[in-house]
Design a protein around this ligand. Structure first.
Ligand code: NI
Length: 178
C-alpha cells in the first residue's frame, strides 16, 4: 500500500490502451488496488485508473463520500472495477464539469451518457454490476476512458468551457452575486 505519483497529461503512458486483467485474487492485483485507493484518497479524487499511476491494466477505482472537491454531489460507494464493460441505457447525454488528477488545476465541460449500466469484477473476481445515472455515471465513464488512453479534454466539444478551477470558481461566484 502506497501513495503513488499520478502521471500528468503529456506522459505517453496515459495514451495507451490498457491490458485486461487475466488473474484475480493475486497479491499483485491487491497491491495495485490498494495503491489506487490510497492515491485517490490522498489526492481527494472521485476516481483513479491504473494507467494514471503508470500501470497499463484495466483497473479503476472510484467513490465519493462527502468529497470537498465535489460538495454538491450524491455519495458513490467506493468501488473497484476491473475489466469494465459500459452500456448506455438510452441515448440521453448531458454536459457537466469534470476534472482529472492527470490534468491538475483545470476543469472542463464534457458530454456524457446520463444513464448507464456497468459491469466487471472486483479484485477477488466477484461480479460487479450496477445501473446508475448522473454524476456516478459520469465518473465511471471518465475513469473507464483512461483505460482506452482517453483524457477528458479529448472529449470536449466546447473549448470555451475549459479553464483553471480558481478562475472558474471566481467567475461562478461573480455570476451568483449579480
Ligand atoms: Ni481522470
Amino acid at each position: 500500500m502506497a501513495v503513488k505519483k499520478v502521471l500528468r497529461m503529456g506522459d505517453p503512458k496515459l495514451l495507451q490502451v490498457a491490458e485486461p486483467v487475466a488473474k484475480f485474487n493475486t497479491r499483485a492485483l491487491s497491491t495495485l488496488v490498494n495503491d489506487l485507493l490510497d492515491t485517490m484518497a490522498k489526492q481527494e479524487g472521485a476516481g483513479l485508473a491504473a494507467p494514471q499511476i503508470g500501470v497499463s491494466k484495466r483497473v479503476v477505482v472510484f467513490g465519493l463520500a462527502a468529497n470537498p472537491r465535489y460538495p454538491d454531489e450524491e455519495p458513490i460507494p467506493t468501488t473497484v472495477l476491473i475489466n469494465p464493460v459500459l452500456d448506455p441505457l438510452d441515448e440521453q447525454m448531458e454536459a457537466g464539469w469534470e476534472g482529472c488528477l492527470s490534468v491538475p488545476g483545470l476543469r472542463g465541460e464534457v458530454l456524457r451518457y446520463t444513464h448507464i449500466r456497468y459491469s466487471g469484477f472486483d479484485q477477488f473476481g466477484g461480479k460487479v454490476e450496477r445501473e446508475v445515472c448522473g454524476f456516478h455515471a459520469r465518473v465511471v465513464q471518465h475513469e473507464c476512458d483512461h483505460l482506452d488512453g482517453i483524457l477528458y479534454p479529448q472529449r470536449m466539444t466546447n473549448m470555451r468551457a475549459f479553464g483553471f478551477e480558481e478562475e472558474l470558481e471566481q467567475a461562478a461566484e461573480a455570476e451568483n452575486r449579480s
